[in-house]
Design a protein around this ligand. Sequence first.
Ligand code: NAP
Ligand code: GDD
Length: 340
Amino acid sequence: MTRIALITGITGQDGSYLAEYLLGLGYQVHGVVRRSSTFSTERIDHLYREPQAESRLRLHYGDLTDGQSLTNLVLKIRPDEIYNLGAQSHVRVSFDQPVYTLQAVGCGALNILEAARLLNESHPVRVYQASSSEMYGDVLQTPQTERTPFNPQSPYACAKVYAFHQTINYRRSYDLFASNGILFNHESERRGETFVTRKITRAAGRIKAGLQEKLYLGNLDAKRDWGYAKDYVKGMHLILQHHQPDDFVLATGRTASVREFCELVFKRLDLNYEDHVEIDPRYYRPAEVDLLLGEPSKAFEELGWQATTSLEELAAIMTDHDHEIAKRELHAANFDQFSG
Ligand code: NAP
Ligand code: GDD
């Protein structure tokens, strides 16, 4: 029997990699997409170009804030696995849009759990909730494990803590297979361009190509446990294949500062980051998370999962990818000038 998965947030970084991975495993994949005035499916368009994948990938309009339509969709598709990855996922933006962030992240997760609870009465379903290391906030213990108390520092993190606890509540109250992956930062060449790693690799590529001179950043001393998104979606899948629902930290076990990431990226392009990076206080946050460092041994021991991409490899993948984009931009600009 073909397994059926439903992914919210399929147009995002993780959703696109997870869809790719599940299609490769033979799943039928359904994704929830928000209606927008322009196409938002750039990260998954290539999946339609693969004939095998096309017939097993279906997209549906929906929104995490619209519980009724989510329930209708879940009862119609009858998925075996639901991956709730949809979110207003930008921490800085959550300070500007705290209520919407709660609606999409907190109530959105509750809407998914309710829909799953109803389906579970007639068809067994497993739910993955995209929880976040951001929940540790002003950390109370280092490194952070599944037992470290949360101390959230942003509206986004508060909403994720709510979703985390509701996931456990539905597991205990309704015997629903509902699990949290507490994922530390994971990046890629598909990372949104306003997250710091991608902002750095995009700018460094453009600086190398002569298309811009400066990169404006906020706090360079913040430290994160950065991994590669492709590794992490495999962990999400393993969490739902476990013999029982549970909560798992996925992390690399190494932390580095934003400054160190800048050094790695600029050095790969034979540049010195200090010549180009300037501080703009507009990128400071009302409250900062200074240090995240995950302890992923439970995931290794119980799931056999571990991060396989080093920070140096991650920086190289992203830098090379974005340098190529910058070279194409330069080529297009020169062509316009020549033909104009
Ligand atoms: P992302 O690239 O920002 O993608 C977010 C996805 O959610 C997009 O597909 C977006 O759709 C969708 N979305 C936003 N609001 C929605 C709504 N109201 N209804 C339905 N869909 C909505 O995020 P990501 O990096 O892939 O992260 C995936 C999940 O993991 C998120 O829940 C994030 O909070 C969590 N997480 C991420 C990390 C990380 O380091 N990446 C770490 C821990 C946890 P549009 O394309 O239409 O905007
Ligand atoms: N975005 C951004 N832009 N961050 C900057 C900048 C800048 O110009 N300058 C410094 N930073 C610092 C931020 O203050 C933060 O300490 C760090 O870089 C990382 O910021 P982001 O890349 O925006 O990620 P995040 O850690 O806040 O949140 C990401 O990881 C969480 C998991 O811990 C997101 O993917 C969340 O959705 C995820 O839950």
